[in-house]
Design a protein around this ligand. Structure first.
Ligand SMILES: Nc1ncnc2c1ncn2[C@@H]1O[C@H](COP(=O)(O)OP(=O)(O)OP(=O)(O)O)[C@@H](O)[C@H]1O
Length: 203
């Protein structure tokens, strides 16, 4: 395996909110470009905690986490956008907006069945599912090496969910992806590898 292709490398990670109750113990994970790895596990098993550790919002008690450029899609899209500004402004805040990016944005909107008008609206003027898709397309426009995606389809009906997953999968030629999902059939359908945190914690 070529180390150059790794977009995330976690080595011997140990972490617990309380020192005597570790959620992760000597945990290892590598994600390569073009790889989609799903993290599944029951509520409270540590899925969001792993994303917080990778995003450097929490510090491990032991071990190292190294990653290339990350963008994240959170489960609650309203937490990803400022309520007072239109979506387009909030895309321009994080992406250098030129003609090429505009074309790419139009293409993503088309693939996600969203009207161009929507991005000239404020977050509360969109449905949860529309805003979730805006959050996904903004993350893709940032051209990350690693995409962290938490329950991207939970606010969507089945047809739109498939469109969203297809768009994410189409972008795997440019990045690697870690997906948190409660949906085992989704994980089985799209993943190169599935990590079940309930299985880890049995050890
Ligand atoms: N800030 C915190 N302080 C203390 N304990 C926490 C904190 N955040 C989470 N926990 C605990 O850590 C464990 C893992 O939580 P986490 O949110 O990572 O689980 P999850 O698998 O993402 O759950 P869900 O599927 O419900 O979102 C849980 O027992 C939770 O109560």
């Amino acid at each position: 395996m070529n180390k150059e292709d790794a977009v995330l490398n976690i080595e011997n990670l140990s972490f617990g909110y309380a020192k005597d109750k570790l959620i992760y113990k000597d945990f290892n994970l590598e994600v390569k470009k073009s790889e989609l790895i799903s993290i599944v596990g029951s509520s409270g098993s540590g899925k969001s905690t792993l994303f917080e550790l990778i995003s450097n919002n929490l510090k491990p008690q032991k071990g190292t986490i190294t990653s290339k450029k990350i963008s994240s899609v959170y489960q609650d899209p309203y937490s990803s956008f400022h309520p007072s500004f239109i979506i387009l402004e909030q895309i321009k805040d994080v992406v250098f907006f030129n003609e090429e990016i505009k074309r790419k944005l139009e293409n993503f909107l088309d693939k996600l069945n969203l009207d161009f008008d929507l991005i000239n609206k404020k977050p509360h003027e969109l449905s949860g599912g529309q805003l979730q898709r805006c959050s996904i397309l903004r993350a893709l426009l940032m051209e990350p090496d690693l995409l962290l995606v938490d329950e991207p389809t939970s606010a969507l009906d089945n047809i739109v969910a498939i469109e969203v997953m297809n768009l994410l999968i189409d972008n795997l030629d440019k990045c690697g992806m870690l997906l948190i999902t409660h949906d085992n059939s989704l994980a089985n359908w799209c993943s190169d590898k599935i990590i079940n945190l309930n299985e880890l914690q049995k050890d």
